[in-house]
Design a protein. Structure first.
Lengths: 509, 655
């Protein structure tokens, strides 16, 4: 097949497949032949999309920072908005992550979602297309449309299939993220008035004075910090995760949080480099608060999903930390050696966190499906009855604690190395994750997995079935592969990261 | 040699994977045959490598594969096979092989048999990766991987509450060390731009004047900061005070791993690492003094705790702590080779003592309290004789391996003191010298209480006392031989010959072993010379005291215990170090987390800001709601107005 319209295919095939799944429906009964056909159709569609995304890995030109697989058509000519798609080393890995995670999410829902299963499967397929759209869009208007549209399926996923306080959680989730993005829209419109187009790459080039840069940067921070999420705009995430169904949590943690990180590298840093520089201290401070403060908060959670949600925030702190080290390193060493290491580490951390947090939420889902509790206190000695599950969970927990040889180590290692160049204390505070991350993760593992069988429910547990075994194995392979040999991923990002470092080093005043 | 090196590393890994993943399918016998075969292969090949480099073959340093390259920083997996790593490879694989064989007997009735073999083979792989590394990245990988396996093995009996407490504690305390270690590595990269040993060591001298702003405007000596940070890693892994608290608790794991991991190999990783980094540490005298003090404290005070322990494994555990302190002191005195030499002899005799203790535990039906033993020498002759050899080596009885390594270590510290004239050297010297008496005291206290005197166990146990099977006693015998002889055979080349040239690089002006070498006239002369010094006689005094107090006149021990109750209380509470960590750090962290969560997240952010503004909006919307239908309409409406205002302001403001 040709790769000419590859990105369009990756965006619209899931959306079309989603609507097709809706049309097929589940016949009002999860066990009906119709529902079964719908599930297989959805799964095959998502696998096909994953297969179609492989050229992004195999035919990707690793020697250039220029946009690849570009598609460009007029869209709203009146505003000069275009249907403009393209990927580089910053976005391609995130698209691959999305197409990798979605089939697993569908598998995880297989016999678990009882009501309106067709709508559930459809929502995830449509969501997949929209998320890929965000990563591909090079036109600001198109970007914004995908950015907001993506909220709708997630809003429904939590609101319809969520837990008891789902309404509170969805409203909170929606308002937080929506309010943040509105500010971004203002900036994008302003940039349109300056360049006469919505071309993001033009936005990168246009000179902007200091005041406007600061305002634009702050509006971007409002949008992206909520998504990442950064302290103190993070409190929607634990609520959303707790209420979301397993699949919702997986996609939320694995992909949606990455939108925030992606926004920083695609918009904030290249469009407003000078403002990024003058406010880098703030972003670094917030990132370190995420690592230390949120790490401590994670320690005392008794709800497993909440614990992993807080752990996500702490790990995403490394992403924002890695992005904003440029000016610190420049000031303390006089050159920019090490900046690209920090940004690369942050990017790798996003991919790795996608795998690990997804796996952790799936693990909680596996237990929740059996016991219907997320409370650590309701478990104990699970490994006695579920040895295979225990092995997987220990692996993912160790990866979450940043053990070398697993993907969790790679990004944190690079960011800590880079931050030492900027400032000893930044590195020291960031490195506390070695202690905190291990503490909250392994303490949970101890209370859930180890010990004598705690109660009758644990005693009655069945070990993983083939479906669950499959999805956890796929993630385990990913986590180990990326930990043992991250070079293919790093290589893919390198030219784009170097170009970004070069770009933010030039003043736009 | 590339294939040989790769086979040495990968054979245990493959065997471990098969035994772990397919243990149930292949069964118990296949699992142990497979893992033992793999480790035996590694051991034989390691011996050949040792022969090759030991007999003048060139050291090899090469990359296996590139892990990642980012920003010009090459992160690789690669091997540096010189005499230091070859020696470590042989010691690791040999002790591991002995422990593998021993495990057949020790874990015979355990349902987790295959899993256990899988873990100890995995450990062998991780430890080999650590010692064979040619760069900091792989070193850190091995470092954490052995920590992982240690975690899995301490908690091997995962139903036991004490075991799963101990393994979490071990991992977290080690993480505190690794926190420093990783920062040290980051410092190395920040100043040299490389993770490669050879490159870093070559550029170290040019860093001698670099400084780093740590506190205020005072510049700190960069290499000292880096070396102290690296050494904090060693303090975790090699259990130096105050990060020692995890090691005694690690005895909750099965005895074979206490021998392999928590005595012979993993806990000596810190010693190995500092010796490997000698070109860096030599340029940081401040860090060396820090190491000396930490080592001296550990060597003496941990030994004292050994005297009051009643659990047979815990006595040996505290002895290990104390001996690790000895090795650390040697590093601090720039006598790296002496530290590594003691590491090697200790690996043999301490593994022997642990496995012998395990043999006793099997015979006693898993009773570990030495007060309930006694008179076992009649029932367990092989265990008895090998234990005696191990104990004599531990206290430094002339001609045993421990004698050579410990005596040379003490003399080297004395020489270093003459060279450098600083108080830490004096402190360290007295600590290791008086420590000899303490070592002998606790060693022979245990030895006499277990093997001599009247049997104190119950009738049932005594009737079933018998020597352990050959899979248990064979490793004891095979370990007793090097425990007795290896010091005599290897001291000359390893400490006063060329053996470690190019691997361990002390500065010639401050190298205490170089000075000792001037008076070296062979091992026999060394023994004769030592008889004129205090150490041997202190060891003897300790043994005699132990005999008198615990065998001849047990009433003395009791009267001491009542008269010195204050001291006893401090010792029984292990200097309150556990309280510091568990109540202070862990408890404090949880309290802080709870406070931040309740006050920060729930009260301030959610309570005041989020829900507060929601209430504000709701209040103001009450007016509008009369004309509008619901929430979302209102927000959309407000959004449009807000947008227009913002946009207008921005556009005017920016022009």
């Amino acid at each position: 097949m040709t790769t000419k319209n590859l990105l369009s295919l990756l965006i619209w095939l899931p959306v079309v497949a989603g609507f097709a799944a809706l049309l097929i429906g589940d016949g009002g009964d999860r066990t009906s032949a119709r529902a079964k056909a719908m599930r297989w159709f959805s799964l095959l569609a998502s696998l096909l999309i994953a297969a179609f995304s492989l050229p992004l890995l195999l035919q990707f030109d690793k020697s250039t920072a220029a946009m690849q697989f570009v598609e460009r058509l007029p869209w709203i000519t009146r505003f000069n908005a275009e249907y403009y798609l393209g990927v580089d080393g910053l976005s391609a890995p995130l698209i691959l992550l999305t197409t990798f995670i979605t089939p697993l999410v569908l598998i995880s829902a297989w016999e678990v979602i009882k009501d309106r299963s067709a709508q559930y499967f459809a929502a995830f397929l449509i969501l997949e297309g929209l998320m890929i759209g965000v990563f591909c869009a090079l036109d600001a208007m198109l970007f914004y449309v995908f950015w907001e549209a993506m909220l709708v399926p997630m809003f429904l996923i939590i609101g319809v299939w969520g837990g008891q306080r789902r309404i509170y959680a969805t409203i909170k989730f929606f308002l937080y993220t929506f309010l943040g993005s509105v500010f971004m829209l203002v900036s994008l419109i302003y940039l349109y008035t300056r360049t006469g187009s919505y071309d993001l790459l033009e936005f990168h080039k246009v000179p902007i004075d200091a005041t406007a840069q600061t305002l634009i940067f702050l509006s971007f921070v409002a949008a992206f910090a909520v998504k990442v999420p950064m302290w103190p705009v993070h409190t929607w995430l634990p609520d959303a995760h707790v209420e979301a169904p397993t699949g919702g949590s997986v996609v939320l943690a694995a992909v949606m949080l990455k939108m925030g990180g992606y926004g920083f590298v695609r918009l904030a840093l290249p469009i407003t480099p000078d403002a990024s520089g003058s406010l880098a201290w703030l972003l670094i401070a917030l990132s370190l608060i995420a690592v230390v403060y949120i790490g401590l908060v994670a320690l005392v959670q008794s709800d497993m999903k909440k614990l992993i949600a807080y752990s996500s925030i702490a790990h995403m702190g490394f992403v924002t930390l890695g992005f904003f080290l440029f000016w610190g390193i420049l000031e303390s060493t006089g050159d920019t050696n090490g900046v690209a290491l920090g940004i690369t580490g942050a990017m790798v951390q996003m991919i790795s966190h996608g795998l690990i947090s997804g796996a952790m939420f799936l693990c909680v889902g596996v237990m929740y499906d059996r016991v219907h509790s997320r409370n650590i206190g309701d478990y104990g000695g699970v490994v006695n009855t579920m040895p295979w599950f225990g092995a997987f969970m220990v692996l993912f927990a160790m990866s979450n604690a940043g053990l070398p040889g697993t993907s969790g180590f790679v990004g944190e290692f690079m960011v800590i190395l880079a931050s030492f160049k900027a400032n000893f204390w930044i590195a020291l505070l960031a490195a506390t994750t070695l202690i905190l991350g291990a503490s909250y993760t392994l303490w949970m593992v101890k209370r859930v997995l180890f010990g004598e069988v705690a109660n009758d429910k644990v005693a009655a547990l069945q070990d993983l079935n083939a479906r669950e075994f499959l999805m956890l194995t796929v993630l385990a392979v990913g986590v180990l592969l990326l930990g043992v040999w991250p070079q293919p991923l790093v290589e893919m990002m390198q030219p784009s990261v170097d170009a970004l470092v070069d770009h933010i080093g030039r003043s736009k005043l | 040699m590339y294939q040989t090196h790769l086979t040495i590393v990968l054979a245990p890994l493959v065997a471990s994977a098969i035994a772990g993943l397919f243990g149930r399918q292949i069964g118990r016998t296949a699992a142990h045959l497979l893992t033992i075969g793999a480790v035996a292969l590694s051991c034989v090949l390691s011996f050949r490598v040792l022969q090759h480099v030991g007999l003048g073959g060139a050291a090899e340093n090469y990359t296996v594969y590139t892990w990642a390259v980012a920003d010009g920083l090459r992160m690789e997996v690669g091997f540096l096979i010189d005499r230091l790593s070859a020696m470590m490879m042989f010691v690791v694989t040999f002790v591991s092989l002995m422990v593998h064989i021993y495990t057949i007997g020790y874990m015979r009735d355990d349902p987790g048999y295959q899993r256990f073999f899988s873990y100890i083979s995995l450990f062998t792989f991780a430890m080999l990766m650590l010692v064979m590394s040619n760069n900091f990245l792989q070193l850190f990988f091995g470092w954490e991987a052995v920590g992982l396996v240690s975690y899995l093995l301490i908690g091997f009996w995962y139903k036991k509450p004490t075991a799963i407490f101990a393994n979490l504690k071990a991992f977290l305390v080690n993480r505190v060390g690794d926190f420093g270690f990783l920062l040290g590595i980051a410092g190395v990269v920040a100043f040299t731009g490389s993770l490669d040993y050879a490159y870093v060591f070559a550029s170290a001298p040019s860093l001698a004047n670099e400084t780093i702003a740590v506190w205020g405007d005072t510049p700190w000596h960069a290499l000292t900061v880096i070396c102290v940070l690296l050494f904090i890693g060693a303090m975790g892994k090699s259990a130096q005070a105050p990060l020692h608290v995890w090691l005694p608790d690690s005895m909750e794991g099965p005895t074979p791993i206490s021998a392999l991991i928590h005595a012979a190999t993993m806990v000596t990783a810190g010693i190995f690492m500092v010796a490997r980094m000698s070109p860096l540490f030599e340029l940081a005298p401040g860090a060396l003094e820090f190491i000396l003090v930490i080592g001296a404290i550990t060597a003496f005070f941990m030994g004292l705790l050994g005297v009051i322990q009643n659990d047979i494994k815990r006595v040996v555990a505290y002895s290990t702590l104390s001996q690790l302190g000895y090795m650390t002191v040697a590093l601090g005195a720039s006598a790296y080779a002496a530290g590594v030499f003691h590491l090697m002899t200790h690996a043999f005799f301490k593994a022997l003592l642990f496995l012998a203790a395990g043999s006793v535990i099997i015979a006693m039906h898993h009773e570990q309290d030495i007060r309930k033993m006694g008179g076992l020498r009649k029932y367990m002759p092989i265990t008895y004789v090998t234990s005696l050899i191990g104990t004599l080596a531990l206290i430094g009885f002339p001609f045993t391996s421990g004698f050579f390594s410990k005596d040379v270590l003490i003399e080297a510290v004395a020489e270093a003191g003459h060279l450098r004239h600083a108080w830490p050297y004096t402190v360290a010297y007295w600590s290791v010298l008086t420590g000899v008496f303490v070592t002998s005291l606790y060693s022979f206290r245990m030895f006499f209480l277990v093997f001599h005197g009247k049997p104190r166990m119950d009738e049932h146990t005594r009737e079933h006392l018998k020597e352990s099977p050959w899979v248990v006693t064979l490793p004891l015998v095979l370990l007793a031989i090097p425990s007795a002889l290896i010091g005599y055979v290897t001291i000359q080349p390893m400490l006063f010959g060329y053996f470690f040239d190019g691997s361990i690089m002390p500065h010639p002006d401050t190298d205490p072993l170089l000075l000792l070498g001037n008076h070296w006239h062979g091992p026999v002369a060394f023994v004769l010379h030592a008889l004129q010094g205090p150490a041997v006689w202190l060891a003897l005094a300790g043994a005699v005291t132990a005999w008198f107090v615990w065998l001849k006149r047990p009433s003395i021990a009791e009267s001491f215990a009542t008269r010195l109750s204050a001291v006893r209380r401090v010792l029984e509470n292990k200097y309150y170090a556990d309280d510091l960590w568990i109540k202070g750090m862990a408890g404090g962290g949880r309290l802080l987390g709870k406070g931040l969560w309740k006050l920060g997240d729930q009260t301030l952010i959610d309570g005041a800001l989020v829900n507060g503004s929601a209430r504000l909006v709701a209040a103001s919307s009450r007016v509008i709601r009369k004309v509008q239908a619901g929430y979302l309409y209102f927000y959309a409406f407000a959004m449009v107005i807000g947008l227009t205002l913002l946009l207008g302001w921005l556009l005017y403001g920016a022009q």
